[in-house]
Design a protein around this ligand. Structure first.
Ligand code: NAD
Length: 472
């Protein structure tokens, strides 16, 4: 056997786990620990199932300890891990890669969400408790590889489950590194390895093997339309966090400076990779020019029609069926890079590009995931809401409005029927960043669970005591 640093570390960790915390760690049968990273789906599923059985025997305190270790790594190592994620995926912005890991550590909900519902009456008491599923198959996107895995792991472990992840191939290295770190720290805390397992070289075949695997009891897929459809075709129950194309409506009553600031903040965040990020703006004609002028105060640069045309030629390509699709080379690139495609030079610290387009423009229709936002001039707010509904494409994901008219806000909220509806703030306020509430990077849209929590990954179990235990 070749003696590598990794092997030495794993042996030391194992010895420490035995002597350090006094718990009986699961035997490794003389094999080097895997810390959750596997080549093969069967092996990963078997390791995760064994880990989950042991985990289920432990109490909530051990779940808390395991999750706290994940949180600490996300917070304490955010800078290094964020940098490595950016180096591997080459999309987005460093400051936001770091920020995303920190907010996962701070705001993803844990065991405190596992409430018990009780009914008490003359017939006795009934309790509804939340039990684990077992091993949960997770598919994660390239746009936030480690943050999604970490967030899923916190939620799923809080529910008493183990995780088997098929990451996006272009973000697999950082997801595997995170998995190793998480498992080492969890093993150190509670003596269990492999509560989070991952496929080191993921493929569509390994995803399919997870979808079909006997030991996988539930799926949580986070990604675009193809993976959502694939998961829903599988024989498992699937929680699908699907694509979005969030529209922003701005009416004549809005605080225009706040609207401009929020549009820039939301759409420029990680270069518009977030599924909740502002993707197109429908502004009423009365305030259209004033809104555009306000954008310039927040480091946004307006492109003219010729520049938009040049950028569009680079940003969209035809797929093998002749359909227009977003050019992957431009996804998540900096505004200054996009500007070069548009034939214009902008300051390096430009946050966002924007410009006026027709509603039928590809930038309006497609989820572009880059920091150019099309602005469409609308006759009135009813037209703006109508277009917002049309171009959200029924994903039921996210919509934003800037308005001080409560009737308009209410009407749009009802019309859109989306999972996240934000008023007078940037999109990320809906995930607890500048707004109230908690965070998850898996927002289950077509399947309806919304912002996922530990409860999303549990089975309800009822216990009924007849004729006693009501002590009043
Ligand atoms: P993607 O769909 O290309 O990939 C997502 C994951 O699915 C990857 O792991 C990929 O390998 C896998 N995959 C793709 N097709 C598959 C198939 N047919 N069978 C099995 N696995 C398959 O998406 P991406 O570029 O990584 O991420 C961006 C997309 O994800 C956007 O559409 C965005 O809106 C969406 N997203 C949604 C949420 C949410 O919470 N709703 C969160 C993040 C991203």
């Amino acid at each position: 056997m070749q003696v590598t640093d990794e092997l030495i570390r794993s042996v030391v960790q194992e010895v420490l786990a035995h002597v350090g915390n006094g718990r009986a760690a699961a035997p490794t049968n003389g094999m080097a620990r895997r810390w959750g990273v596997f080549q093969d789906v069967d092996e990963a599923a078997a390791a995760a199932a064994a880990a989950q059985r042991e985990f289920e025997r432990r109490g909530l305190d051990d779940r808390r300890r395991a999750i706290d270790r994940i949180r600490r790594i996300c917070i304490d190592q955010a800078e290094q891990l964020g940098r490595e994620e950016l180096e591997e995926t080459r999309i987005g912005r460093l400051a936001h890669k770091i920020d995303k890991l920190k907010v996962v550590g701070e705001k993803a909900p844990g065991v405190e969400f596992l409430r018990c519902d009780a009914f008490s009456g003359e017939n006795g008491i009934t309790l509804t408790e939340h039990a684990p599923f077992g091993v949960i198959g997770a598919i994660t996107p390239v746009t936030h590889s480690l943050p999604t895995l970490a967030c899923n792991a916190i939620n799923m472990l809080a529910g008493g489950n183990a995780v088997l992840c098929n990451p996006h191939p272009s973000g697999a290295r950082i997801a595997c590194k995170g998995t190793r770190l998480f498992n080492q720290a969890i093993h150190d805390a509670i003596g269990i390895d492999n509560l989070i397992t991952i496929i080191e070289a993921p493929t569509l075949e390994s995803a399919e093997a997870i979808f079909q695997h006997r030991d996988v009891r539930l799926l949580c897929v986070t990604g675009g339309p193809a993976v959502g459809r694939a998961a829903l075709r599988s024989p498992k129950r699937a929680i699908v966090a699907g694509p979005g194309n969030p529209p922003v409506v701005v009416d004549e009553t809005a605080d225009l400076d706040n609207a401009a600031r929020c549009i820039v903040k939301g759409a420029a965040y990680d270069n518009n990779l977030l599924c909740i990020g502002e993707k197109e703006v429908f502004a009423v004609a009365d305030i259209f020019d004033e809104l555009c002028a306000a954008m310039a105060h927040h480091k946004a640069v307006r492109l003219d029609a010729k520049q938009i045309e040049a950028l569009t030629k680079a940003a969209f390509v035809k797929d093998d069926k002749g359909r227009l699709v977003v050019n992957k080379d431009l996804i998540g690139q900096d505004a200054a890079v996009l500007a070069r495609y548009a034939g214009v030079s902008v300051p390096a610290d430009t946050e966002l590009l924007f410009g006026e387009t027709e509603e039928s423009h590809p930038f309006v229709d497609h989820e572009q995931m880059m920091p150019f936002v099309p602005f469409v001039r609308c006759r009135d707010v009813d037209t703006a809401i109508e277009l917002a509904k049309e171009y959200e494409h029924g994903f039921k994901h996210t919509a934003i409005i800037h308005s001080r008219n409560v009737d308009t806000i209410t009407r749009m909220g009802r019309e859109m029927d989306v999972s996240l509806f934000v008023q007078n703030g940037p999109s990320m306020a809906s995930l607890g960043s500048g707004g109230e509430g908690y965070l998850s990077f898996s927002i289950a849209t077509p399947t309806g669970e919304g912002v996922t929590t530990p409860l999303t990954f549990t089975r309800q179990r009822r216990s009924t005591t007849v004729g006693s235990m009501r002590v009043v």
